[in-house]
Design a protein around this ligand. Sequence first.
Ligand code: GLN
Length: 486
Amino acid sequence: MNIADLSLAEASDQLASGTISSEALTSACLSRIEALPALNTFIHVAATTAMKEARASDTRRANKASLGPLDGIPIGLKDLFVTKDMPTTAGSKILADWQAPYDGTVVKRLREAGAVIVGKNNQDEFAMGSSNEHSAAGPCVNPWHKDRVPGGSSGGSAAAVAAGQVLGSLGTDTGGSIRQPASFCGIYGLRPTYGRVSRSGVVAFASSLDQVGPFGRSAKDIALLMNVIGGFDPLDSTSAQRDHPDPLLTLKNGVKGLRIGLPHEYFSAAIDPEVDQVVRKAVQALQEAGATVQSVSLPHTKHALSTYYILCMAEASSNLARYDGVRYGYRAEETELRKMYARSRFEGFGPEVIRRILLGTYVLCAGYREAYYERAQRVRTLIRRDFESAYEGIDILLSPVSPTVAFERGSKTNDPLAMYTADILTLSVNLAGIPGLSVPVGFSSEGLPIGLQLMGKWFDEARLLQTAQALEDVLQVHQQRPKLVA
Ligand code: GLN
């Protein structure tokens, strides 16, 4: 077995016992990146510094000064996390070659834990998309099938983990951008509760919805990464000031007595029958392991898509006003100031970002604000209350992550609404601010991964991971790796 195919937790154990070195592990991952350029998973690879960090980690271990379970583990970062030693482009031409003067909080925490930062992963421009096709760096490819998308917007981070180019990675999830690519690539992806992980030093898309989270190949991988990145940060005013319990302590507690709710709105006719079947089999496995299952209703689900897109576009139009050709990145050759702003933005942003800025500006303008933006805010409250009432009688909610398996590249790029609809099962989690975890539970007849979504109560990530672990123990789907062809 190639050591790049180990899970993060397994590699961590082997580093601790001295069976493998970080140098060997990092070099195995870098070889995978080099061997599979067609996947286009990275916008920037820091091979030399990664090898240097790996050797430093091995020296620490030899001196009995290991920094913990992540010491020496190769990690990828979505290109939305600012890094002081690598460019940060957010997948956009407008930030081409831009380099931040500092590391964001989670990057700092990873480095302090000894993680080896291998590079910056491909993504949809400013995290807007569901397929990683809207990237100035070109589309990213699903390691399970060369014609399929890896999902988005954190497509590169998910595909890189699935392909063994890193053992874990970080993404962001505003409407599904961690869970959906995790599902399409057959790995785990957690969108933590809003406020659980710091967003300081993360390029903003829609600030009331954005959250940082990890990708990994097992429930334990996610727990190990959360232990390092989670917890209060004074640099993020939305960061929650509360305990950050170690999910490893409860990981093996099983699901006996766990009350699971299946929201019937999430099992509609729009779900691909194969997806439905695989998810229901996983539900059965949980029942056999001692969980109880009941049907519940989240009645405002039908309004989630329109609510989400109004809010995220409004917030994006405001957040992206800062890219004016003066302070950051790309500037058009133009001497007249207003023209310079307009041309820099028009030439620097891609078509999806421009569409969202236009629509977002529209829903915020005088006369329409009340009809669109403010009404969407009120509907958001109703959606959140749906979850509050559902959780009165159950512990977690369960559904598919996506109505389909990974779709073909190009199949939705000319139809924005079809692309937006791909997020129908994930974005309510963001509107409510709750945690959501994507768990690999099976494959379609074509061999494409299928993910199951667990949705928890606010700050109840540990229970999601505990449930995922129970599924993992029975299904063993996490052991499967894609056949990688260059
Ligand atoms: N696909 C959704 C969108 O395009 C979600 C993106 C995200 O979570 N960053 O907005």
